[in-house]
Design a protein around this ligand. Structure first.
Ligand code: XBP
Ligand code: MG
Length: 251
């Protein structure tokens, strides 16, 4: 029986990457006098690695052979990441990043129906609570029984650990939960944890491999603005993802 919905955050609840995280990273680099500059296409490549600290290290390894790491490089990365989080959460507080279509509608319906809501993400915990507070509702963070985020598990997505941690915390099994993701790293994590998974794509993830998904959708859909289904036999079908449809898909 379906008892809980577990949500990824970045790209799934809101389109945070291109105009949110990316911009905040660049602001932190400028603040520290670094000539690092992540444009939109480059950031798409960097999204191969989840976690902001991990992503900065990957950038240096892969794209900046000219950069000489200081002895305390890990420390610098940690400081940059702190500064980036300040920039990012400020953008959220300024109301900069709305939830994706259908997200608030489905969260509200699920909550009213007594389903448990949870978050499983690689992003920093305060990024999640600030997004929920400013873009969902003042008490948005409290809608969620668990917010599994950031460094709480050492192995980030595509490792399944963050989902496993969230389910253990809730005392639920994988066949009682459904995951929502937007990326290949995300679905590898959720499927790896044994979860049926609904995908809503975005511009960075449209071409990813979503083999094994319950459904791949453009978005969750709203009454006057339906989703388009993108996978398998149902491709092209339009609709709105409400609890009745979700339960039918879940089986
Ligand atoms: C999200 C991430 C995060 C954010 C940045 O992936 O990879 O690293 O881009 O957040 P997912 P931090 O949606 O699969 O969880 O800088 O706080 O790490
Ligand atoms: Mg994501």
């Amino acid at each position: 029986m379906l008892r809980a919905l577990l949500f990824d955050v970045d790209g799934t609840l809101a389109d945070t990457e291109r105009d949110g995280h990316r911009v905040a990273f660049n602001a932190a680099f400028r603040e520290f006098g670094l000539d690092w500059q992540w444009d939109v296409p480059l950031y798409g490549q960097l999204l191969a690695v989840t976690g902001g600290k991990e992503r900065m290290k990957y950038y240096v390894d892969r794209f900046r052979p000219d950069y000489t790491r200081p002895e305390d490089f890990d420390d610098l990365v940690a400081q940059l990441h702190k500064a980036k989080t300040v920039h990012y959460t400020r953008m959220l507080a300024e109301g900069g990043i709305p939830l994706r279509p259908g997200v608030k509608r489905l969260l509200t319906e699920a909550r009213e129906a007594g389903l448990i809501l949870g978050v499983a993400t690689t992003t920093t915990p305060e990024n999640v609570t600030e997004l929920l507070r400013h873009s969902l509702a003042e008490d948005g963070p409290e809608w969620f029984a668990v917010i599994a985020a950031g460094d709480i598990v050492p192995a980030k997505k595509p490792a399944p650990d963050i989902y496993t941690w969230a389910m253990e915390n809730l005392g639920l099994a994988a066949d009682e939960c459904l995951a929502f993701e937007d990326s290949e790293n995300g679905i590898r994590a959720s499927l790896g944890a044994g979860l049926k998974t609904v995908i809503t794509v975005n511009d960075y993830t449209r071409a990813h491999d979503f083999t094994g998904a319950l459904a791949v959708l453009s978005d969750l859909g709203e009454p006057n603005s339906p989703y388009t289904r993108l996978d398998g036999a149902g491709a092209g079908e339009q609709g709105m993802l409400d609890l009745a449809r979700l339960r039918a898909w879940f089986g």
